[in-house]
Design a protein around this ligand. Structure first.
Ligand SMILES: *Cc1c(COP(=O)(O)O)cnc(C)c1O
Length: 762
């Protein structure tokens, strides 16, 4: 959204009473406090939800930093003096008025799409066909409800040349509201659901309800099935001849016909039209089809579960399935249980062989599915993609598997040992040590972690975008001065390590008129990396006391050799120095702050120095140098591939680049699609490294290539596609790192991005 409205303008649009004032411009809107990402310029609508009133969420939004609100006049809320409130009769109506007002600012054509099925598909089709010729605005996902349409319209901007807006209704009177908002210039009617098709005359009334949307359109495009109604519908419409495409089931010919006619209306020539329709994805939605374990075929659409999309997915499943068993799996989150009945009815009308509702947090019983076409649908909030990944066949692919349950158990182990009141800050820098911060951090949140650490500002932004809301603090350890704006915009907390940097950050805050911004002070207690010297503490405190822009949120230092008893004397010195810094600030600083100094190893060895928080990185994945405690940790990361090809190599032949390996005997080798570009380093060539197949160690023969290795399988009875373990039960992370001449940290962070990450939870 790129709105640009003043508070006064909005008040007029809403016909609202105003309380408070702020020199702010409204750039975007929210109505769900869990989705808040950017607070500057945000206007929060306290909509009435099904269960709770929006006012409860309003307070949460305020806590997250939102300062502009639209709420019902009669609402009982606490008004904060530093916020602005628009008081209206009806908050949803206010959102819709804003949408209507915004839409009226643009003169390019707006096309409304309705119909009981196929709206989203049609919208994606048309986008596919014309987005290279026109600048298109379209409804996001299947946003077609009373709220969805308003949000879609708010996406309109001056650089577009046409807009497509989906409209769906559940009650007849709603269509008029949608029409007033959309004011469509053109209309498209996709289709009626199959239940209606046979009995067309009786649905005239139903049709007239939907027709309200099109009343003032210049032209409406309708499928051939409307031919009988030629003289019975008001307005100007065009019946489009059907169009068959063998790639689509027959039921789609009406919609394809509308598409073809509409493209001609946009002046595409017949050969262009044909080319574009021929290139339509047969599955315009977000469904993904792949091979599963046990010879299953999996249709995956864990993006949303609206009935329209579910109907299409079921049609598609039936089309794929002739002669095969059909299984439907629905992931149902707590929040959506009330939809179960309707979903069930729709599925039953397709008569699948089996269907399963899987409640949130439960697993799909993949082991019971064989030779079937399995359709998996779920709401996005089910995080079902991990479940789906478990059903995927591991074939010609190299994957990193992250066991989120193991990570959670490792954290629980720490939590059980930590003194009461000590928190964990999860270090998720370098995309959570290569394991994918966007997936791992939300899982850590489920373990109760509310403090995260990253190296750079953009990593922090990635976390916010992955749903780590501002109730969690994110510390940026190496903030660049150029990133101050980004840091402030996303409510990240910079670690300050020099006077220049402190000065620059305070300047940025002054420009934005922000005070009391949380920062962390980093001290160098002997490692000689970034950090203030302990001698700086007096001067530092004087500056901070005189600058209301910042407050100390944390004070920390880092140990140089926490895991090594040989240097324990040095470590104790570091800890003493840290203690003197902390006690200085505790007695002289006017506010409170969190002190922390221990990393994974440090907190196992020096638990009495936990202070308020420990910073965990590597041990969340189960890796530690601490031999007594190692049995309590579970490895969280595995690395698998599979055999692409098997071949015999006769005695005396060479293998790989540089003829670096000569077969001493007749042997059998396997080619595995992993190489140094994936982080399987070249120094593992020729027996330095190995993989495990069926639990047997198979050394690398020849040199490691960029994308492949050859391994000796003479002593294994292996087949193509068999699983190859690079890191797992038989070859541990530590052993692999040792063979590569490095440490688990470097192995993990060198795993290339191109490899698929699979997340499992038991
Ligand atoms: C990376 C990092 C940690 C975590 O270290 P582990 O050894 O992985 O636990 C802690 N503190 C700081 C400052 C770090 O940069």
């Amino acid at each position: 959204m790129r709105l640009n409205y003043s508070i006064g303008q909005c008040a007029e649009v809403f016909e609202a009473e105003i309380r408070g004032s702020l020199p702010e411009i409204i750039t975007h809107v929210y109505f769900d406090s869990r989705k808040i990402q950017q607070v500057k310029g945000a206007l929060f609508f306290a909509l009435k939800g099904h269960l709770r009133s929006g006012n409860e969420f309003m307070e949460q939004a305020y806590q997250q930093g939102i300062r502009m609100f639209v709420l019902a006049k009669n609402a009982t809320v606490t008004f904060h003096p530093d916020a602005v409130y628009f008081l209206v009769e009806d908050t949803l109506a206010a959102l819709q008025k804003l949408a209507a007002y915004h839409r009226k600012r643009f003169t390019y054509p707006v096309v409304a799409i309705t119909g009981s099925v196929g709206k989203t598909t049609f919208k994606e089709w048309i986008f596919h066909c014309i987005s290279d010729k026109f600048k298109v605005v379209r409804s996001p996902k299947s946003f077609n409800s009373q709220i969805g349409v308003a949000l879609s319209l708010l996406e309109m901007h001056e650089n577009a040349s046409i807009a497509f807006i989906e409209a769906g209704i559940s009650k007849p009177e709603e269509m008029k509201i949608l029409r007033d908002m959309i004011s469509p210039d053109y209309g498209i009617f996709t289709a009626f659901g199959k239940a209606h098709r046979e009995n067309f005359a009786n649905i005239e009334e139903h049709l007239l309800e939907k027709w309200v949307l099109f009343r003032e359109c210049r032209l409406v495009f309708v499928p051939h099935t409307f031919a009988d109604l030629e003289n019975r519908l008001p307005g100007n419409f065009q019946v489009c001849p059907s169009y068959e495409d063998h790639r689509f089931p027959a039921g789609y010919s009406g919609m394809l016909g509308v598409l073809k006619t509409f493209l001609a209306y946009l002046q595409l020539n017949p050969s262009e039209i044909k080319k574009r329709i021929d290139s339509l994805p047969t599955l315009a939605l977000r469904m993904e089809v792949f091979e599963g374990i046990n010879q299953n075929t999996i249709i995956n659409d864990t993006y949303n579960l609206d009935l329209d999309a579910l109907g299409e997915a079921l049609i598609y499943q039936r089309q794929l399935a002739p002669g095969k068993k059909r299984i439907v799996v629905i992931g149902l989150s707590e929040k959506h249980v009330h939809e179960r009945f309707e979903i069930e009815r729709l599925i039953q009308s397709f008569d699948p062989d089996e269907f399963h509702f899987i409640p949130e947090g439960k697993s799909i019983p993949w082991e019971n599915f064989h030779d079937s076409i399995v359709l998996v649908k779920a709401h996005r909030d089910c995080a079902f993609e991990y479940e789906v990944a478990r059903g995927k066949a591991l074939k010609h692919r190299t994957v990193i598997e992250i066991n989120l349950s193991a990570v959670k158990r490792n954290i629980a182990f720490y939590q059980s040992r930590l003194p009461k009141g000590v928190n964990i800050l999860a270090m998720v820098k370098a995309s959570s040590y290569g394991s994918g911060a966007d997936k791992v951090a939300p899982a850590l949140q489920q373990s109760g972690i509310r403090n995260f650490g990253v190296a750079f500002a953009d990593e922090g932004v990635e976390l916010r975008k992955a749903g780590i809301g501002i109730a969690s603090s994110i510390v940026v350890m190496n903030p660049d001065p150029e990133h101050s704006d980004l840091i402030i915009e996303y409510r990240l907390e910079p670690a300050i390590y020099s006077f220049e940097q402190l000065d620059e950050f305070i300047t940025a805050l002054i420009h934005k008129q922000i005070s009391n911004y949380p920062v962390h002070l980093k001290f160098d207690t002997g490692m000689h990396r970034l950090g203030f010297s302990p001698k700086d503490k007096e001067r530092l405190l004087a500056i901070i006391h005189s600058q209301p822009e910042v407050k100390i949120q944390g004070i920390y230092s880092h140990l140089a050799d926490a895991d090594n008893p040989v240097h324990s004397e040095f470590t104790v010195k570091q800890l003493e120095m840290f203690e003197s810094i902390v006690s200085y600030f505790r007695s002289n600083y006017s506010g409170t702050f969190l002190a922390h100094v221990l990393n994974s190893e440090g907190s196992l060895r020096y638990p009495e120095h936990c202070y308020d928080m420990i910073r965990l990185g590597i041990s969340m994945y189960g890796y530690t140098e601490n031999k007594e405690l190692r049995p309590f940790f579970e490895p969280g990361v595995s690395w698998y591939s599979s055999i692409s090809q098997i071949k015999p190599v006769p005695k005396g032949d060479f293998i790989g680049y540089g003829c670096a390996y000569e077969a001493a005997e007749d042997m059998m080798i396997a080619i595995v699609p992993v190489g140094y570009a994936d982080g399987f380093r070249r120094n593992l060539s020729n027996g330095q490294g190995a993989v495990c197949i069926h639990g047997i160690k198979c050394p690398v023969v020849g040199r490691v290539c960029m994308d492949m290795i050859m391994v000796d399988i003479s002593s294994v009875n292996a087949k193509i596609n068999d699983l190859v373990e690079i890191i797992g039960q038989n070859q541990t992370m530590e052993a692999f790192a040792k063979a590569m001449g490095t440490i688990p940290y470097e192995v993990m962070t060198s795993l290339s991005k191109r490899m698929h990450r699979v997340y499992v939870e038991e």
